[in-house]
Design a protein around this ligand. Sequence first.
Ligand SMILES: [Zn+2]
Length: 277
Amino acid sequence: VPELPEAETIVRGLRTPLVGRRVSDVEVLRSDLLVTPADELRDRMTGARFTRVRRRGKNLVLDLDSGESIESHLVVNLGMSGRLLHRPLDDQTPPPTHPGVRWTLDDGSLLIYHDVRRFGRLDLKSPAALRKWHRGLGPEPLSRAFTCERFLESLATSTSPVRTWLLDQRRVAGVGNIYANEALFLAGIHPETPARQVPRERARQLHRSLRSVLREAIRNRGTTLRDYRTAQGWEGSHAGRLRVYGRNGLPCFRCNTMIERIVFGGRSAFLCPRCQS
Ligand SMILES: [Zn+2]
């Protein structure tokens, strides 16, 4: 499931091919992926120019200028298995198997939204709708707004398990189950600890480890367990660097104790029972 590092990697891979390009054609092959009606998406995107490609939380935001200062923003939530792929004009690789939306750009290249399981969503928003959506999300963990003080204050207001807290996009944007588990391991915190009972020093460590694990994963172009691909169709290389996620039954890198898998909140959590007590 794509989280912040995967979305960031896709965004970085799309900036050069997209920014400045105009959309010459839009084909909607799977309208169930769209929040915006298909006709409206086609009308508003055809002829528009990409001005900026950015990320908010786990989402991709593609800014468009349709001329006469009409702006719109395509917000792409990749769901479980979404990919946003750029294919150059001379691309020799086989066409994607599950295309949902295909944009032809004015240089003949293609932008393809591909989604096997179809939990992803594409929403073309007005600037006002984008601002409202943006306000509903918590701070970006890699931004300066995400201070240790604010983090500690916010943790202290919640009795939820700390892993559940980390997954709440209103608390902090972009963290999903993989990086929540990894950060909790590095900080030595059991994932079920109620947020406000995390000792202060461990919470400070968690603030640091969350940021470091996200940065490390971005450097490795994200974690490919199955579906995730970069904009160029490559796998990320962070899967081999995971410390606890998916490693149940294998020895802890720190203490050799067997990593355990538990389930709460409907999601698996992975932990070292010795390092995270
Ligand atoms: Zn351990």
